[in-house]
Ligand binder design. Sequence first.
Ligand code: IPD
Ligand code: CA
Length: 160
Amino acid sequence: RGAIGQTEVNLMKNQVTALEGQLKALQASFTKYQKVATFPGGRIVGNKVFITSGYEGNFDDLKQRCQQAGGQLASPRNSAENTAIKDIVVLYQKSAFLGITDIQTEGTFRYLNGETIVYSNWQAGEPNNDHNQEDCVEVYSSGKWNDKSCGEKQLIICEF
Ligand code: IPD
Ligand code: CA
């Protein structure tokens, strides 16, 4: 168990310098990919990326497509995330379905994993379960939510 010699110290210094350079290059590359990945209909909030392909379909279709891509339908857990989704709705001028429903228990809205929602942004008077057939949630260009029939066609927005 000898002391670390000057040679070893210098070797490690060189390795740290090399790693610093590699990290800097990686950060620059990552920043560029973030821009590419979110152009034009994407938003980054913290560790989440929200993005649309512009496709429109019913809830099951959209849910399937996000899952197929390795993500899930947008499931905002706070106002910053909801604003990001709203921005995409405004850009595409088409309301979007969230990954939130009360299919399991009428009146109790849950994420796709079954957890009850921790954040909501209902329009006044909603959710009203109109005609007793509204279990999905659409986001208007105002960012406000309305419960809506899952069979309606809406814009796809996935989160990754
Ligand atoms: C309905 C209304 C209602 C809302 C329903 C919508 P429609 O639209 O906007 O306020 O609660 O979810 O379906 O059927 O009158 O065009
Ligand atoms: Ca409604």
